[in-house]
Design a binder for this molecule. Structure first.
Ligand code: URA
Length: 441
């Protein structure tokens, strides 16, 4: 088999066989096929697409490129959740304690971010002492004891995806449905859970900019999960404006803590309850979605979700005083206000632009080697549909590096559109996709 022939076949729009897909994934993982040939193939896949069979084969080849995790020593049904990525996405930090407080084991392997802000592991580093590197045995012991552990990968899973994703990132081939679906699902299948809840984001701050492609991506991922007998559900959620109010790292941790105390922003709470309700139903902790939603609301109201966060932080070696007194979390030397120069209603807040502003203030990594400023970021004081008067605070900019402030302030002001009349209210959840089909809401 020759790599040249595989590239040529896909370039001409023909279907790759299982053997051809296994050949290029194995060869690339072992370093036997150079980046330039895989780059050419990725562009051919991007332009000519893959069909469902090819996408399933690509997913399986990536799963088989590394180790798979055995979670059988964790008691109960293991349900994993994954987000396709967005701005202000601190869902894992609140959702983990919520579902664990309802008795569902939440054993999550998370990553660091190469995006507008850090990933879940970076965010958790705002809590002094909190460790995320565990052996497999330690990971399982914590989940069995506390029902919740968030750690970095304990095994060398999907090395092919790591290499491919890095290459896609620099060859403009990320936002292809087959490539995203196989990348996400290979990691989920290798992580050993019994069932999967996917948060597929749509809007300006997401990979999928329109509803049709979001539903197509969701269906593709659900079909992959179903093809290997994993109960998989995808929720299509709104990422036109940032999720919640905080976009950064320590400020997102603070927002997640407030959410567990019952003071969360409406859109963020709604998303956590929706995702959590599917987790509880798939994990057989609730018979139906309505009961599950009630259970999740109850554990926020009675403090059990917040107490679960304290147990989790303690179990992972963190200082619980950082949760009890959020003033201890990393803070910037400057917090400046962005004031409104007009009046009306907030028509839109471009999530991607807000993400770029947070990145420019230091909240994310420009390259793999960059350091994150855990305290930097943006807190929105107004959300879409809110009434605004001249002089009202639209947002707070948290930063240490003064040089960027003026530039970012202008960029952020341009990202927030104020109109004369109330905009049409945007939904948080657009639909659900499972093995039985697509339900648009
Ligand atoms: N998230 C992933 O893990 N992979 C992609 O390709 C896109 C989002």
């Amino acid at each position: 088999m020759r790599m040249y022939d595989i590239i040529q076949k896909k370039r001409d729009g023909r279907e790759l066989s299982t053997e051809e897909i296994n050949f290029f994934i194995n060869g690339y993982t072992k370093g036997e096929i150079p980046d330039y040939q895989i780059s050419a193939l990725l562009m051919a896949i991007y332009l000519k697409k893959m069909n469902k069979r090819e996408t399933v084969d690509l997913t399986n080849a990536m799963v088989n490129s590394g180790e798979t995790v055995d979670l059988s020593l964790i008691e109960g049904i293991k349900v994993d959740k994954h987000s396709t990525g967005g701005v202000g996405d601190k869902v894992t930090l609140a959702l983990g304690p919520m579902v664990a407080a309802c008795g569902l084991p939440f054993a999550k392997m998370s990553g660091r971010g190469l995006g507008h802000t850090g990933g879940t592991l970076d965010k958790l580093e705002s809590i002094k002492g909190l460790k995320t590197g565990f052996t497999k045995e330690e990971f399982i012991a914590i989940v069995n004891r506390v029902k919740l552990c968030i750690c970095s990968q304990t095994a060398n899973i999907t090395p092919a995806d790591k290499k491919l994703y890095a290459l896609r990132d620099v060859t403009a081939t990320v936002d292809n449905i087959s490539l995203i679906a196989s990348s996400v699902m290979s990691k989920k299948l290798a992580s050993g859970s019994n069932a999967i809840v996917l948060d597929v984001k749509v809007g300006s701050g997401a990979f999928m900019k329109d509803l049709e492609s979001a539903f197509t991506l969701a269906k593709e991922m659900v079909d992959i999960g179903t093809s290997v007998d994993r109960n998989t559900v995808a929720i299509i959620s709104n990422m036109d404006e940032p999720l919640g109010r905080a976009v950064g790292n320590s400020i997102e941790v603070k927002e997640a803590i407030e959410t567990l105390k019952g003071n969360g922003p409406e859109d963020f709470v709604e998303l956590c309850i929706t995702l959590g309700s599917f987790l509880l139903v798939l994990g057989k902790k609730a018979n139906n979605i309505e009961t599950a939603r009630d259970m999740l609301t109850e554990v926020i109201n009675n403090g059990r979700a917040y107490n679960k966060l304290l147990d989790f932080v303690e179990a992972q070696g963190g200082d619980v005083n950082y949760i009890k007194n959020t003033d201890l979390l990393p803070k910037t030397s400057n917090i400046l206000e962005l004031l409104s120069d007009s009046e009306g209603y907030i028509k839109s807040i471009d999530a991607e632009e807000v993400g770029k502003c947070a990145l420019a203030l230091g909240a994310g990594r420009e390259t793999k080697e960059s350091n994150i400023d855990l305290a930097a970021g943006i807190v929105l004081n107004k959300k879409v549909d809110d009434r605004v008067n001249k002089g009202d605070v639209l947002a707070y900019l948290h930063f240490n590096d003064n040089r960027k402030f003026e530039e970012v302030r202008l960029q952020l002001r341009n990202a927030i559109k104020i109109g004369n009349k109330n905009s049409e209210h945007k939904k948080m959840i657009f639909g659900i996709v499972d093995a039985s089909g697509i339900k648009k809401l």
